[in-house]
Design a protein around this ligand. Structure first.
Ligand SMILES: *Cc1c(COP(=O)(O)O)cnc(C)c1O
Length: 385
């Protein structure tokens, strides 16, 4: 029997939904050293580690600029404030995503307009975005949900024809790509800007909060740098009213120490996913996640669609297997967006997904035995063990 890091119950392999202590063992020395260097410098705000991380992330995404900020939510909010230029307007966002995508639009003084998603990929398509388009639409936020890209090149081409901008929500998609039309498109590098999160459970996680905005637009990057320090690069001169949203130097140092591992972690997630795909094939009540041709999938989540989702979740829980529901309520039915006047049935795919999705443990350090345990429990629940 495996002695899993989360602890042992007799006769049972425990499989937590996520276990960050397993990753810590890999990176401990490098991270300890990086933290010590920042502590000894006593320079905790911006500085060289932040600049270096910005350069590395810009390279990874294939754009000219990256600007660190306090969280993934701020990596959406800050460019929205600047792209929206303080004015009003509608921004098309998926109904099926993490709340921050729409919350940031609202907090930037813009109006989130919801669209449905594809049942196969969980992502928006050019068609679902088109259906939601209003005469007041000024921008779109395609989300690269769970670790594979939405068809952002098509969405961006259509948006530009209409004079609108595109902000990619790439919080769950750091390092992923899409081969399309003979080109390699990188998450966060196709639209006007991309937003990434370093929340600990993302594929590249900090020891706390952090985020970064990517863009090829030098003027937008400059304005973001100004905006994150109260709208003034020069001390005590404020050209615009900004805010305080900086990436902590300690977090940048931790992220720099972890970055060399990102590619291996993303590959390990994909290997784990393949083991699930093989082991769970052919179950009549389980729909496995699909990857679009040309897409790389880095599985921030491995998400099934299951008829009796809540029953399966209980069964897994009773047998020491963690799982998660991302996301149980589509955004158009959230109480805070009541004034949009939506009702059940408006976005049927998003609603069906919220009732059927179940995410399984997929973190890179999972063992084969742990994955096989999860597979066994799911097959057992469906009478196919
Ligand atoms: C995590 C996440 C965010 C927000 O990131 P934070 O760092 O938690 O603020 C935004 N959008 C999506 C899709 C996310 O998964």
């Amino acid at each position: 029997m495996l002695k899993s890091p989360a602890g042992v119950r007799t006769g049972q392999v425990e499989v937590p939904l996520i276990d960050l202590t397993a990753q810590l063992a890999t990176i401990r020395d490098a991270v300890d050293e990086a933290i010590t260097r920042v502590v000894e410098s006593q320079r905790f705000v911006l500085g060289r580690p932040v600049e270096e991380l910005e350069e590395r992330i810009a390279d990874l995404v294939g754009v000219g600029h990256a600007v660190g900020c306090a969280s993934g939510t701020d990596a959406l909010l800050l460019p929205l404030r600047l792209l929206g230029e303080g004015g009003a307007g509608d921004v098309v966002v998926p109904a099926f995503t993490f709340f921050a995508t729409a919350g940031a639009v609202h907090n930037a003084g813009l109006r989130p307009v919801f669209c449905d998603v594809s049942e196969d990929t969980f992502n928006v398509t050019a068609e679902t975005v088109d259906e939601a388009w209003t005469t007041d639409t000024v921008g779109v936020i395609p989300v690269h949900l769970f670790g594979q890209m939405a068809p952002v090149e098509e969405i961006t081409a259509r948006a530009r024809e209409r004079g609108a901008w595109v902000l990619e929500d790439a919080a769950q998609a750091i390092g992923t790509v899409r081969e399309h039309g003979g080109r390699t498109l990188r998450a966060g590098g196709v639209g006007d800007a991309g937003a990434f999160s370093f929340f600990p459970t993302k594929n590249l996680g900090a020891f706390g909060e952090g985020g970064i905005v990517t863009t090829d637009d030098a003027s937008l990057a400059g304005r973001l740098r100004e905006y994150r320090i109260h709208g003034g690069i020069q001390m005590y001169r404020h050209d615009v009213v900004g805010t305080n949203s900086r990436l902590h130097t300690l977090q940048a140092a931790v992220l720099l120490a972890k970055l060399p591992w990102l590619e291996q972690w993303n590959e390990a997630r994909a290997r784990n996913a393949q083991r699930y795909l093989d082991g769970l094939a052919g179950l009549p009540d389980v729909v496995l996640p699909t990857t679009l041709p040309g897409n790389r999938h880095i599985y921030n989540q491995f998400t099934l669609r299951v008829t009796n989702r809540d029953g399966l979740r209980r069964h897994l829980d009773e047998h020491g297997v963690g799982s998660g529901v991302y996301y149980p309520v589509p955004l158009h039915l959230q109480p805070c967006f009541r004034d949009r006047g939506h009702r059940e049935g408006d976005f049927p795919v998003s609603e069906r997904l919220s009732e059927t999705v179940l995410s399984l443990p997929i973190f890179p350090e999972l063992t084969g035995e742990q994955i096989d345990t999860v597979i066994h429990r799911i097959r057992e629940f469906h009478g196919a063990a």
